[in-house]
Ligand binder design. Structure first.
Ligand code: 26M
Length: 819
């Protein structure tokens, strides 16, 4: 169906074939017979880029003509994944290109597999940014995504002897066919030095000049972000760093030679690598350099662009809005103030008014260890002028607090930007911006009532919720072509591609036995596809008739992969004790990267692989259970995994997962949620009905209640519950470590002493929910009914809905249409 109602000119297959052949010839001096698959991928990618270019130019011409307001989505991460397949889909020529390739004896899936993932992100936050810019283009809104052109993206994960090994992700080694370098928009970025105060006669006041600094050149590359079937192409602007002076080294004296080398090193180091931490702040100077680097470059460029066609800078908020993706780009606030005051010569109040009206902040976590708090001395040394402005913002804000809450020192303690020698970025983002949003209803409520309560009380008008979403173009149309075609056939239209709530029309089919059979068969085909992937990449055979029970996401204690694997250990014990126990065969699938320095997370991966090793090699249970750890979980294999899943594990400690977005991708593909009442799970259950999901565990209120009282006593459970006791002991009696008692000792200790994530406390309730799910799967009629209803009720979770809400409540953009 894709392409039938294309707004584009009819696709010329012959011309496209010719273009591929030309590319193979002129790029590589080869023929299709001698070219490698990688070269063929590049030839196809360049040919598709040629289709994009005109739309890209055209859309921007229209933006300029209409002088349209633009959102700048500032994010340290954009987890884009592969581009080729999705670009072809959004250009409405995927099917045709697949045919062209087939005529040339090529398989489009193999060609797509040659493309490295653009993994410029860690997990949820980065993938959300990627879904958002795709939706922005599809919904006809002018937008830029701004980030860093990391030389190395998210590391590739290998499992060696059960342990994670990080391999550098050299994603640019074969070049990037889609990017375009824009050296004419290069910006100088200054670090360090000191601030000199000068009296300026003309202005009649002091001005501030940064001196003795080091600088680098920020050089942008643009990647196209193609809207679905609408002729809109926005840009993801990724900033690279280059030294300013390298070109005329010979003419420099010794001192300058030194300087040139320093610049070279500074430039190299800033864009070298993505920090692989997820939900954890590390306080590294280089990280702050990265933040200032891409923020300052983006802002300088925006201001120049604005001034080229406007003469009153006060109008900036009518044309520009900056969305801060978490606190990572919050240096936007003082940097914009600096530009307005030092370079545009505005007075403080004017500059503050403009800055406030341009900046909005999204909070993605309540995990305390993720809060960015920069040591003042580091901040001051690296960004001396920006720091002065931070001090002034803080000083003025505290006067307001003092006025509103005289002598209430706790208000200052909670809300000050500068406190105990630290710069608290979240506080700055909240104080400066006009909007603060959480990413799911429960999360926003927790922000308002607890985490940010003082701010909420002082400025309630800023607070709002924007429940996350995902793009159905990637996570259904591209990831699951069989289901996509089925949906189109059943609805009699492919309009769901840009209007996901239309999936509601599938709901009656849940009671139609033929439809259920078809749905089940599609799931089965997708399970075969995943089984093949697992066989090829992990060498493990799995049974496609078993339940695919899947937990894929970053590894973090609060996400409780440990609870999942402990439950598998418990099941294994049961099956060994009681071989005739009623149990539907299940394949337990994990995929997770651990931050390189996160010990407990790495131990959990090791435990999962150790348990997998024992269970998968025990013939006594192998027709009943298998455990698979999929290496290198990433966007491209995620697409295969979601399509093949029956059970979606969303088991975070209630209150800790701000939203989750994997939960939505599973639901869209007809998997049933097994989860806690956390993040967006709450809204998923609301949409699909609690009878079509499996919910267990403590509520967020209960969790926060225990936390307020210093936790609970896990040892009591360990002593009283014999099954849990046994599983715990097996962690340290060598059952899963060839007799070694210390391998998993730290995991054991963390549970017995503190269990901050309530794993033992929720274990029984989790086990019951899992037993129910195992039983429920036997009734294939009821199961497929549930599965269809999950797909049918997932319409709310399109990022198109989320983006329309951002536009309506925060950004106030207008749609731009092109001929
Ligand atoms: C911070 C400092 C230094 C280095 C790295 C970081 C950092 C990087 C990523 C901190 C947090 C990061 O990501 C947090 C994140 O991914 N949060 C997730 O955001 C999703 C989108 O809103 C939500 O769905 C998830 O619930 C939330 O955990």
């Amino acid at each position: 169906a894709v392409g039938e109602k294309s707004v584009f000119e009819p696709f010329d297959k012959e011309a496209f074939k010719k273009e591929i052949l030309n590319n193979i010839k002129y790029l590589f001096r080869k023929t299709p017979e001698t070219a490698s698959q990688q070269e063929i991928f590049q030839a196809v990618a360049y040919a598709s880029k040629d289709m994009i270019i005109d739309e890209w130019l055209n859309a921007h011409k229209e933006y300029e003509k209409q002088d349209a307001k633009t959102v700048y989505y500032l994010s340290m991460e954009f987890l884009m994944g592969r581009a080729l397949g999705n670009n072809l889909i959004n250009l409405c020529c995927y099917k045709e290109v697949a045919e062209v390739l087939q005529e040339m004896g090529l398989d489009i899936n193999v060609v797509e597999d040659q493309e490295p993932d653009a993994a410029l992100g860690n997990g949820g936050l980065g993938r959300l940014a990627a879904c958002f810019i795709e939706s922005l283009s599809t919904l006809n809104y002018p937008a830029y995504g701004c980030t860093i052109r990391y030389k190395y993206g998210m590391f590739k994960q290998q499992i060696v002897n059960g342990e994670q090994v990080e391999i550098p992700d050299d994603w640019l080694k074969n070049g990037n066919p889609f990017e375009i370098k824009r050296p004419e928009y290069s910006q100088e970025i200054k670090f360090g030095g000191y601030v000199r105060i000068e009296y300026n006669e003309k202005l009649g006041r002091n001005v501030y000049v940064q001196d003795g600094y080091q600088s680098v050149m920020a050089v942008p590359y643009d990647l196209p972000v193609v809207g679905y079937n609408n002729g809109i192409v926005n840009s993801l602007r990724i900033w690279d760093a280059e030294p300013l002076v390298q070109f005329n080294l010979d003419s420099f004296d010794k001192g300058d030679y030194q300087k040139a080398v320093e610049q070279e090193n500074l430039a190299k180091s800033i864009v070298e690598v993505l920090y692989p931490n997820d939900n954890h702040y590390s306080g590294k100077e280089l990280r702050l350099k990265q933040q200032y680097f891409f923020v300052s470059a983006s802002l300088q460029q925006v201001i120049k662009k604005f001034k080229a066609t406007h003469d009153d800078i006060h109008q900036l908020p009518d044309k520009v809005v900056f969305q801060l993706n978490d606190t990572h780009p919050t240096v936007t606030v003082p940097e914009l103030m600096r530009i307005l005051i030092d370079e545009e010569n505005l007075e403080w109040d004017d500059a503050w008014d403009i800055t406030s009206r341009c900046c909005a902040y999204t909070n993605h976590t309540i995990m305390a260890e993720a809060l960015e708090k920069w040591p003042v001395d580091l901040f001051m040394r690296l960004l001396p002028r920006v720091y002065q402005i931070v001090e002034e913002i803080n000083r003025r804000f505290l006067i307001q607090v003092e006025e509103k809450y005289p002598n209430q020192y706790d208000k200052i303690r909670n809300m000050a930007i500068l406190y105990e020698g630290q710069v608290r970025m979240a506080n700055m983002a909240i104080i400066a911006g006009f909007s603060v949003n959480g990413v799911a209803r429960l999360h926003t409520q927790i922000l308002e009532e607890r985490e940010l309560h003082d701010f909420y009380e002082m400025m309630p008008e800023k607070f709002n919720n924007k429940t996350n979403g995902i793009t159905q173009r990637r996570f259904l149309l591209h990831a699951n072509p069989l289901l996509a075609q089925w949906v189109t056939d059943k609805l009699g239209t492919d309009e769901w591609i840009t209007n996901l709530p239309l999936l509601k029309g599938l709901a009656p089919l849940a009671d139609d036995s033929r439809a259920r059979k078809e749905f089940q068969e599609i799931k089965y085909q997708n399970k075969l596809r995943l089984a093949k992937y697992i066989k090829e990449h992990n060498g493990i055979d799995i049974n496609p008739d078993s339940i695919f029970d899947v937990q894929v996401k970053r590894l973090h204690e609060y996400k409780r992969q440990l609870m999942n694997i402990m439950h598998i250990m418990y099941l294994y014990n049961q099956l060994k004790d009681n071989p005739d126990m009623k149990f539907y065969p299940t394949t337990f699938i994990f995929g997770a990267k651990a931050a390189a320095g996160y010990k407990t997370a790495k131990q959990t991966i090791k435990l999962i692989n150790a348990v997998a090793d024992v269970i998968n090699n025990d013939p006594a249970v192998n027709d009943k259970m298998k455990v698979v750890f999929i290496e290198n979980y990433c966007v491209s294999n995620a697409e295969i995994i979601f399509a093949a899943s029956n059970v979606s594990e969303q088991i975070s400690t209630a209150s800790k997962e701000a939203s989750g977005t994997g939960n939505m991708k599973f639901m869209l593909n007809g998997a049933i949620t097994l989860g806690t009442m956390d993040g967006a799970n709450v809204e998923i259950v609301e949409e699909v009905g609690s009878e079509n999901a499996f919910i267990f565990g403590m509520s967020s209120d209960e969790v926060m209640g225990y936390e307020a009282n210093g936790g609970y006593n896990p040892r009591e459970i360990y002593e009283q519950d014999a099954d849990i006791h046994r599983v715990m002991d097996q962690m340290v009696d060598g059952t899963y470590s060839n007799g070694d008692t210390e391998t998993f000792r730290e995991l054991f200790n963390s549970l017995i002493n503190q269990d901050v994530y309530f794993i033992l406390k929720d274990f029984r309730s989790y086990a019951e929910a899992r037993a129910k799910i195992n039983e429920a799967y036997r009734d294939s009629k009821a199961w497929n009914r549930m599965a269809i209803l999950n797909t049918a009720c997932s319409g709310k979770f399109s990022s198109d809905r989320t983006i329309e809400e951002y536009v309506r409540d925060i950004w106030h953009l207008k749609k731009v249409f092109v001929k």
